[in-house]
Design a protein around this ligand. Structure first.
Ligand code: CUA
Length: 348
């Protein structure tokens, strides 16, 4: 029996090694090769455990079952301890788990830790029951269909809508061909980084049960050449302009006093109104518009009202952490205008 199970196990392990995953689930991002390796590693060593444990289980159940004429009150063999075997099945899986842990520890940070290499940051917001994608340079989000240029690293900031706080739920951003899967959580922004490596149209699937429309929450991502991407981007801009969609947030006539009240409820958890060095989570904002030592914003742009509004609108990631966008902070356009007016009025 041990020989039979060893043969079955060996064949399956060979199958795990040669199985062309790519033929069934194309590898379309920089994450895919690493993730497939981890999957193969787990499957390769999981196969013999599956085969031996279940094989012997079935074999012994058959081999030692009660037969006609057996004494029904008979007691089985009195066997205790098998130190060599017990040591082996404790130590070998422990070592495998350790190796798996180390590999995962090396791979996962590549896609989760802050990366300066990204050419663009796109915000992906889960709604009941669709995806919203916000591109820098596009005034309005696109829904359910994401476009990415091939070979360019992107950062995608994932979160979930809090427009209706009673129905704020966790969604998930799963792009199987990218081997990327991450929950979208209300009130939390999780940036992921990867490079699309294959032209094509792939699925984005919500894998977190989020309500009655969960099964219909499917988007797509189109990976295309830079030229095709530029053409798509341009067509989106034209479409949005011709549809008469509203422009950027109008920040003229902001009310500083109203902005102060918004600041007190939404911003003081992370920002003081003292000098830059007076940090809570983010820097003190008292001198935001008048600080010769820190003339630039976290975005690298000068501190003028439009760019400050842009940071409040889209959030920011800096060395101290991440500031959520206006949607996560539940700010209206008017709130943004008022906040800018308030910050301009400060001078510490
Ligand atoms: Cu959104 Cu499931």
């Amino acid at each position: 029996m041990t020989f039979i199970l060893t043969v079955i196990s060996g064949l399956l392990m060979w199958g795990v090694v040669v199985f062309p995953i790519d033929d069934y689930l194309p590898r379309a991002s920089s994450a895919a090769t690493d993730i497939d390796f981890i999957f193969r590693f787990m499957a390769f060593f999981g196969v013999p455990i599956l085969v031996y444990v279940n094989g012997f289980l079935l074999y012994f159940a058959w081999r030692y079952h009660t037969r006609k004429g057996d004494d029904l009150m008979a007691v089985g063999s009195d066997i205790h301890d098998q130190p060599a075997l017990e040591a082996a099945w404790t130590i070998i899986p422990s070592i495998l788990m350790l190796i798996l842990g180390v590999i995962s520890y090396l791979v996962m940070p590549k896609y989760y830790l802050a990366s300066a290499a990204s050419v663009a940051t796109i915000e992906a917001v889960g709604h009941t029951f669709y995806y919203e994608f916000r591109y820098p340079g596009l005034k309005h989000p696109v829904e359910n269909e994401m476009h990415l240029p091939i070979g360019k690293q992107v950062t995608i900031d994932l979160t979930s809508s809090e427009d209706d706080i009673r129905n704020a739920v966790i969604h998930s951003f799963w792009a199987p061909e990218f081997r990327v899967k991450q929950d979208m959580i209300p009130g939390m922004i999780v940036p992921i980084h990867f490079t699309p490596t294959r032209i094509g149209t792939y699925r984005i699937i919500c894998t977190e049960f989020c309500g009655l429309g969960h099964s219909e929450m499917v988007g797509k991502v189109v990976v295309e050449s830079q030229a095709d991407f530029d053409a798509w981007f341009k067509s989106q801009q034209q479409l949005q302009a011709s549809a008469g969609m509203q422009g950027p947030i109008p920040i003229a006539n902001g009310d500083a006093a109203a902005g102060g009240r918004v600041f007190a409820t939404k911003c003081t958890g992370c920002h003081a109104v003292g000098p830059f060095s007076e940090r809570k989570v983010g820097p003190g904002l008292g001198n935001l518009f008048h600080d010769p030592d820190h003339p630039d914003l976290v975005t690298g742009k000068p501190a003028d009202p439009d760019d400050v509004a842009d940071v409040i609108e889209h959030g920011a990631s800096g060395d101290l952490g991440t500031m959520p966008n206006m949607q996560v902070n539940q700010l209206t356009d008017k709130d943004v205008a008022n906040l800018v007016a308030y910050l301009e009025s400060l001078h510490k």
